[in-house]
Design a protein around this ligand. Structure first.
Ligand code: ARG
Length: 588
């Protein structure tokens, strides 16, 4: 459906033209003085020079032309030449009726769908998911859903970290603890055991131990580096052990992501890029892009306009080992061949900005991507505690994601039980949904690049700009509709009437923004736009609700119309939270 602002602009542009001015002066925007008008056009001021006329005279002529136009309830010229506009209730009601009839709620699907890969999550195997990975998962999932809703073909890839030094560290630690394991016997030619020699909890203890040791013990670190290189070289026993680490970790990761309502289409990993590395490096060298510098193979990616030093991109270290940059570049090769994406969007901590600058420049320079393939880095800020420092456990340790989720769920459970008598089991389930909304909305309502404070009390509140508040509003609507249905009524039979009051008009005005907001969120890769919209919509609804006795209304057509409006509001809110990656309970 044509966006409301476009429709309004079109009317005003036609009026400018009919008065003998260029139509372009009629472009109209949302008013920045909502007390005076809803929409505003400043074109008369710009037209002054060209037509040698006082702007107010031009504005008056156009306003005159707009009288009687069914789109507007009011079109007035004010000094020095503004056109102040209010839309008519009938126009809004008609627009909403069409929106209600549209399965996609007025949002047009992309005419030329793009293939977009969203690279998010990015956990490292054998390391427990901690809060640092939360943002990548939450924002990435929403970015994926928003792009998909806009009609694009979107592939979410978890891009597991499974190829770097952390693997060498784990192998080294396992070897020191259990040197007798068959994986370390180089003469062994048989089949390796199917059972992993560790559990996930052992693995989660092994990695930090190894990482600590390598910081102080240089021989240990050497051993880990060598183990990494041997793994990458394909030494059989190391590969078998690595496969175990991967299997044990992935099973655990899948469970964790499922709890977050995060779903990846593909579970590719850094190691999947390995088969492309040798050829890629050779091609880069043959084409003269890459050269050897102190034994390492590098590509210069400096640009003249740089204000900050951008170091060369290292393709291979002097010992031939692949780095983070290497796997990211070779992954691009893989992705271009396998999926031919029009765009790849990467989610990672904003401190990785330089890494992505190097990777993107190198990929372009060495022609790994087509000229028109977009590479976009969405760097996010840090999730801080109330003290303004990176979020930690009360004891000061790294907060595990599972612990965080469990804490929030307990908090929500308490609130729900305080609110009303509820069946304990149902309350547990509800607490999960509401808890997830608290975590996700708390994150997504901030612009991704900014740091934010994870404030449990604020995020779990049923009031204010929070996920639970949005869910509460949805549940309120469901309960009214449920009551109506329980009384034998149906919804979806009546029309939508003109707004009966200011509160109702505000609600309608909030609803009609849905298509422009989702489009903006897609174009700016900005889930926080959806949050702001949902918050405004929920507020508008609650105002309307408090001033209107819906079910007690005696005029049947009016009552039907309000129920229709409620149902539409519910659909828009629920579609909106689905774009953010959470859902609403039936009751709370
Ligand atoms: N595994 C990385 C980390 O923990 C994030 C990966 C982001 N994606 C990428 N293609 N580099 O920091």
């Amino acid at each position: 459906m044509e966006k409301i602002l476009d429709r309004i602009s079109r009317e005003v542009m036609d009026a400018f033209e009919a008065c003998g001015y260029d139509a372009s002066y009629g472009r109209t925007g949302i008013s920045n003085r909502p007390d005076l008008c809803e929409y505003q056009c400043n074109g008369a001021m710009a037209a002054k020079k060209v037509y040698q006329k006082a702007p107010i005279a031009i504005a008056q002529e156009v306003a005159e032309k707009l009288q009687g136009n069914p789109v507007f309830a009011e079109a007035g010229a004010v000094n020095p030449g503004f056109l102040n506009l209010r839309v008519s209730g009938q126009f809004l009601a008609d627009y909403l009726l069409r929106m209600q009839a549209d399965a996609h709620l007025s949002v047009e699907k992309a005419k030329e769908p793009k293939t977009i890969i969203v690279d998010y999550g990015g956990p490292n195997v054998a390391k427990p998911l901690h809060v640092g990975h939360l943002r990548s998962a939450i924002i990435g999932e929403s970015v994926k859903r928003i792009a998909r809703f806009a009609g694009h073909r979107v592939i979410g890839d978890v891009h597991l970290g499974d190829w770097g030094l952390q693997m060498g560290l784990i192998i080294t630690e396992v070897r020191r603890r259990q040197p007798e394991l068959v994986y370390f016997d180089e003469t062994f030619e048989g089949e390796y055991p199917k059972e992993a020699p560790f559990t996930i909890s052992e693995l989660e203890e092994i990695y930090p131990t190894a990482s600590e040791k390598s910081k102080t013990d240089s021989a240990y670190r050497e051993e880990a580096l060598e183990a990494t290189a041997r793994l990458q070289d394909g030494v059989r026993g190391y590969r078998a052990l690595w496969q175990h680490i991967l299997d044990v970790s992935v099973a655990d990761l899948k469970r964790n992501y499922a709890n977050l309502n995060v779903e990846f289409d593909i579970w590719k990993k850094e190691s999947d890029a390995q088969p492309y590395i040798a050829q890629m490096a050779k091609d880069m060298q043959d084409a003269g892009y890459a050269y050897l510098d102190q034994g390492a193979l590098i590509v210069d990616v400096r640009e003249e306009r740089d204000t900050k030093e951008v170091p060369p991109c290292i393709i291979l270290k002097s010992d031939g080992a692949a780095l983070y940059t290497t796997t990211d570049l070779a992954t691009i090769v893989d992705r271009m061949r396998t999926y031919h994406p029009d765009e790849i969007i990467y989610l990672a901590d904003k401190r990785q900005e330089m890494h992505f600058t190097q990777v993107f420049r190198c990929a372009r320079k060495t022609k790994l991507v087509d000229e028109n393939t977009g590479l976009k880095f969405l760097g996010f800020g840090t999730m801080n505690g109330r003290d303004g420092k990176p979020f930690k456990t009360r004891e000061g340790g790294v907060m595990r994601l599972e612990t965080l989720i469990a804490d929030i769920n307990d908090e929500m459970y308490k609130k729900i039980m305080e609110n009303h008598e509820a069946d304990a089991e149902e309350a547990r389930e509800t607490a999960k949904l509401v808890g997830l909304s608290a975590i996700k909305y708390g994150d997504l309502s901030n612009q991704a690049s900014k740091d934010y404070i994870f404030d449990v009390d604020k995020f779990t509140s049923f009031e204010g700009n929070t996920g639970p508040y949005i869910l509460y509003t949805i549940v309120r609507i469901k309960s009214i509709l449920g009551k109506h249905r329980a009384g034998g009524g149906s919804v979806g039979t009546g029309g939508i009437l003109q707004p009966a009051g200011a509160g109702e008009k505000d609600l309608m005005m909030a609803l009609v923004k849905f298509n422009s907001v989702t489009e903006q969120a897609y174009q700016e890769v900005a889930p926080h736009r959806i949050c702001a919209f949902l918050y405004d919509l929920a507020n508008a609804f609650n105002h309307f609700y408090h001033e209107t006795r819906i079910l007690a209304e005696e005029d049947a057509a009016q009552r039907e119309s309000w129920l229709e409006l409620l149902e539409l509001t519910r659909r828009v809110l629920e579609t909106g939270i689905d774009l953010l990656g959470f859902s609403a309970p039936e009751r709370m």
